[in-house]
Design a protein around this ligand. Structure first.
Ligand code: NI
Length: 132
């Protein structure tokens, strides 16, 4: 079993940040920080309800994630797990056959020190790992 600390957030692709944020707010979510992530080239807004974070991701046209928006439209598209050691966790996932979609990069929308990586699993789709 791969050792994960906890679920950090659920990534949700959105075409329009304000419209999506407002609809989440009307369900009781509260805005919980974010900003433009220059590495992922996406506008990010975290929304929290009951301790669960939903990460609204609005990719720029030149973002690697932009094609996904066309495919899925507004929809959840990854689950992010907090791990103790990012490199070690990536290694374990790769060993289990996951493809490394985006190697470790800084995630300024989460915090100054956070680093994330994305993997693709045949059966569970996109997995994001974060080391805080
Ligand atoms: Ni994410």
């Amino acid at each position: 079993m791969i050792n994960m600390k906890k679920i950090h957030h659920i990534g949700f692709l959105a075409k329009n940040l304000e419209k999506t944020a407002k609809d989440f707010e009307s369900m009781g979510y509260e805005r919980n920080g974010g900003g433009f992530d220059p590495i992922q080239k996406a506008e990010i807004l975290f929304m929290n309800m009951d301790g669960v974070n939903v990460e609204l991701v609005v990719p720029s046209e030149d973002s690697e994630v932009y094609p996904l928006l066309k495919k899925y439209r507004n929809a959840p598209y990854h689950i992010c797990y907090e791990v103790e050691n990012l490199e070690q966790a990536i290694e374990e996932f790769v060993k289990q056959g996951y493809a490394l979609f985006r190697p470790a990069v800084k995630a300024v929308a989460i915090s100054e020190t956070a680093r994330v990586a994305f993997l693709m699993g045949r059966n569970v789709g996109m997995v994001e790992l974060v080391e805080l």
